[in-house]
Design a protein around this ligand. Structure first.
Ligand SMILES: Nc1nc2c(c(=O)[nH]1)N(C=O)[C@@H](CNc1ccc(C(=O)N[C@@H](CCC(=O)O)C(=O)O)cc1)CN2
Ligand SMILES: Nc1ncnc2c1ncn2[C@@H]1O[C@H](COP(=O)(O)OP(=O)(O)OP(=O)(O)O)[C@@H](O)[C@H]1O
Length: 188
């Protein structure tokens, strides 16, 4: 099996080759599927990343969610710890960690069992995830076990199997532009 670092490099290289048009259309297809899920429709709060580089675009989701009256919480890294803060306007995000747009750390989000929309570099069908290698999501999710974890990824990011460790937290669903991978069928 390939080492995590090799997989990260290879998948990022492939994801970087997507054109702006492909990014848009695939991201819309993913958002369209997410919108149909009961867990999304019923969520009054969503924890979601602000897309950067060639991640699945979340901008429209954030704008729609705020418009629909959902509370939206976005991650920010402070002293090497990731936490989530509510935002009321996407325009108020500021360039932070590695240039990712982050919220002002004013309203700390403290939900325990909300829906979390998770980014990543590579996934496998069993719900394993490789991120940028800093373990931010793993650590956060270990401390917040009750979140419903829905990952967004392009099909090119889903591999048959990826190396995993005991501290890895599994995704419940992975949505790509082609399918929804159900890892945890008991999640409602
Ligand atoms: N949109 C988004 N926000 C997020 C995350 C994420 O994956 N996506 N995170 C999830 O943890 C946290 C930030 N984690 C990060 C960890 C490392 C690097 C980083 O090293 N970036 C370098 C190298 C990338 C590469 O390997 O090519 C860079 O961007 O130059 C960036 C973000 C919190 N916010
Ligand atoms: N629950 C945890 N507690 C303590 N350290 C952890 C935990 N999870 C991950 N780490 C550490 O964080 C580092 C990166 O972990 P890993 O390679 O799993 O990150 P990743 O999932 O690719 O990245 P990220 O979550 O930032 O997107 C490793 O050194 C790992 O030991």
């Amino acid at each position: 099996m390939q080492a995590k670092a090799d997989i990260r490099k290879e998948v990022l290289q492939r994801r970087n080759q997507l054109t702006a048009k492909e990014l848009e259309s695939k991201s819309f297809a993913i958002y369209d599927q997410l919108k149909l899920l009961d867990i999304y429709k019923q969520a009054s709060v969503i924890y979601v990343y602000m897309d950067f580089k060639n991640e699945v675009i979340t901008k429209h989701m954030i704008e729609d969610a705020l418009c629909d009256g959902k509370k939206v919480a976005i991650p920010k890294i402070i002293d090497d710890i990731m936490d989530f803060y509510y935002i009321d306007d996407i325009e108020n995000l500021k360039s932070g960690y590695f240039g990712i747009r982050e919220p002002d750390p004013i309203m700390l989000a403290k939900e325990k069992n909300s829906l979390m929309i998770i980014p990543g570099v590579a996934f496998d069908k069993k719900g394993h995830r490789i991120g940028y290698g800093k373990g931010f999501y793993d650590r956060f999710l270990h401390q917040h076990e009750q979140f419903k974890k829905v990952a967004l990824a392009f099909e090119l990011q889903v591999l048959d199997t990826i190396p995993h460790e005991t501290h890895d937290v599994l995704m419940d669903r992975i949505i790509t532009e082609e399918r929804i991978i159900i890892v945890n069928s008991t999640m409602k």
